[in-house]
Design a protein around this ligand. Structure first.
Ligand code: SAM
Length: 307
């Protein structure tokens, strides 16, 4: 596959986690360029099937090309993973053997300047993963109150200087390009040597807000549990602590039996654990992988198995 700049993040670990096999049914909810999907299809030859979803039409075009050799075993749709149940119902797939979510933006999206994801390249402030998203980062930056911006940058960017940055953004408005936004941020939070670029956290916050990423993750997790066969696995790669915390808390919660002791009523609703955590601590990329692909450095993989 020539259109992949490097091996997909935690590739071997994902294949090992999902254990694809012939006849199995798999979902890649974040298809991107189709790197992980290709591995799943290869290992599940000759008749494993894969449903691939992405909200980004450009990603789907690339994935379709990269997965052409497996055309007969794939179903691709331009749709959010948050609509997993609907997508599966359309295919009349009642249950699946494995689900992958490789969250966030792809290298392709970061590297395509005009998408506006990167603070290193000048472009319109867009940051939408796909055309289904109605507001751009420019809309958000120009139309939110200073308070709303500060809260958003603090919450989704975990940026301690959020108030200062929000004030600078409001003062510099209207902002239409990544360069203008970076300049506003740098006016109150200048670059310091090798330290994290001062715009990193604000860009992350805006991207999460524009695409309502955390809401989508919260929506998909229970659907994934319902969709899995007993013994089927869900593998999620998160790239920052906000995503990872949602996945971690969900896995912990679903791994507990909520069964009342005799004569006591602690839980309103009783429930047996629906998931078993395969790795209590998240897996992280090796030093070698990080050397080849620095963007992998913050990846964390959690795997759970349906009981
Ligand atoms: C990190 S990349 C995935 C890379 C992929 N695993 C590969 O091997 O090339 C994440 C992808 O998820 C997509 N995405 C983000 N939010 C989504 C959502 N709610 N539903 C479906 N896809 C989404 C992005 O457009 C992006 O292409």
């Amino acid at each position: 596959m020539n259109d992949l700049p490097h091996q997909p993040v935690l590739y071997k670990e994902i294949i090992h986690a999902l254990q694809p096999r012939g006849g199995g049914r798999y979902v890649d909810g974040t298809l991107g360029a189709g790197g992980h999907a290709r591995g799943i299809l290869e290992v599940s030859a000759p008749d494993g099937r894969l449903l691939g979803l992405d909200v980004d039409p450009q990603a789907l075009t690339l994935a379709r090309k990269n997965l052409a050799p497996y055309e007969e075993r794939i179903h691709l749709a331009q749709a959010s993973y948050a609509s997993l149940s609907t997508q599966l119902a359309q295919l009349q797939w009642e249950a699946v053997d494995g689900i992958l979510l490789d969250l966030g933006a792809s290298s392709m999206q970061f590297d395509t300047a005009e998408r506006g994801f990167s603070f290193l390249q000048d472009a319109p402030l867009d940051m939408r993963f796909g055309p289904h998203v109605s507001q751009t980062a420019a809309d958000l930056v120009n139309e939110s109150s200073e308070r709303e911006l500060a809260d958003l940058i603090y919450q989704y960017g975990e940026e301690r200087e959020s108030r200062k940055i929000a004030r600078a953004i409001v003062k510099a408005r209207p902002l239409y390009t990544t360069r203008e936004l970076v300049a506003a941020i740098e006016s109150v939070s200048p670059r310091r040597g090798d330290r994290l670029h001062p715009a990193t956290r604000t860009f992350q916050a805006l991207r999460i807000a524009v695409n309502e990423e955390l809401t989508s993750i919260k929506e998909v997790l229970p659907q994934a549990v319902t969709a899995l066969k007993p013994g089927g696995r869900l593998a999620v790669i998160a790239f920052h602590s906000l995503e990872d915390r949602i996945v971690k808390d969900f896995f912990r919660e679903q791994s507990k039996d909520l069964v009342n002791p005799p004569y006591e009523r602690i839980y309103e609703e009783e429930r047996k654990a629906t998931l078993k955590e395969v790795n209590r601590k998240p897996m992280v990329p090796s030093e070698d992988e990080i050397k080849n692909n620095p963007r992998a450095r913050s990846a964390k993989l959690r795997i759970a198995e349906k009981t």
